[in-house]
Design a protein around this ligand. Sequence first.
Ligand SMILES: *Cc1c(COP(=O)(O)O)cnc(C)c1O
Length: 382
Amino acid sequence: MEPCALNTPKILLTPGPVHTRPEVKAAMAQDIAPWDPAFRAVYARVRERLVALAGGVAGQHVCLPLPAGSGHLMLEAAVRTFVEPGAKVLVPNNGDYGARLLRLVGECGRVGVEMAIPEGEVADARAVQVALAADPAISHVGVVYSETGAGVVNPAAELASAAAAEGRRIIIDAVSAFGALPFVIADHPACDALVFTANKCLEGMPGLGLCVAPIARVRAGAGRAASWCLDLADVLQQTEQKGPGSIRFTPAAQSIAALDVALDLLAAEGGPAVRLARYAANARIIHEGFAAIGLTPFLPLARQGPVVVNARQPIDDPNWDLQRLVQALAARGYVLSNFSSTEAPTIRVSAIGALSPEVMQEAVAALAGALGDIGVRRRAAA
Ligand SMILES: *Cc1c(COP(=O)(O)O)cnc(C)c1O
């Protein structure tokens, strides 16, 4: 048989799945019996390390994994476990993931209240506090920490303080933030859940939805989820009765083993602050690189976050075609998203993943080459 084309080595320029290191990939290449004592120890250790990374306190906070799943799945579990059916969730919406959170809240039978914010602008904690004061029926704020659509970062800590000031609670979609952007859950008792996955800034493999939450709040959520699979109180009960290495259902064990290695690599890099500095350097290189090759960056540098950098698609050039660009870049060894996550069509390049600033420089040069390959000359947005 011909080898699968997927096996051709390529560098992922996508902000999830992200590019991973060889050691992380290698940890997947094994059969694992998840009830094996050796694996139980890995599972328990990974959960303990994630509580520490979230700024949680042992005995007060717990890391709850879904055995397999995406970020959306864990967000749904958090909404079902922490928000009463029919209660309102205020969502500052400044991009694709804010819109997704609103939909998800509604699909769970809770009521999403949109605070519309122009795409590319940042949520304002004062405005959130005013909106909460005006509507006592809002029990939670749902916040996307790093908006992976537009590329802006919302002030999660300020928003948590605004919720606390009005006696409300907050659920944070930290999927493209956790592992790099700081948030100390112990400093924010109003936070019910910090939600993330293994495969964004943690640079593990896909397949795991995770959250860190206060134990008392999880217990208080018992009986609310109207779901067995997505009931985080049930996950907690299992943990307390059978231990943090025990399983409810067959987990994505290889992804958990890979995450253990990814956490070693995060520590070896110097921790989240050092990783954030690398991502910020990557983002600057992409932003400046876009401008240098004639493309128009989507955001001004001042509002550009460290996770994903967009440029306006050069739609005025008759040769422009995103799919052809993606193919031309793939021929040069790089994988680009073949869709746009902003209202206006954009090219999105990831600053996260196991990518060094040197690799980002090369990627920008490859992008310029690929644009040349497909004959795009009028690159600036009108
Ligand atoms: C990637 C991402 C998610 C989750 O995506 P899944 O495909 O469900 O894993 C959620 N929120 C944000 C902000 C993300 O970047």
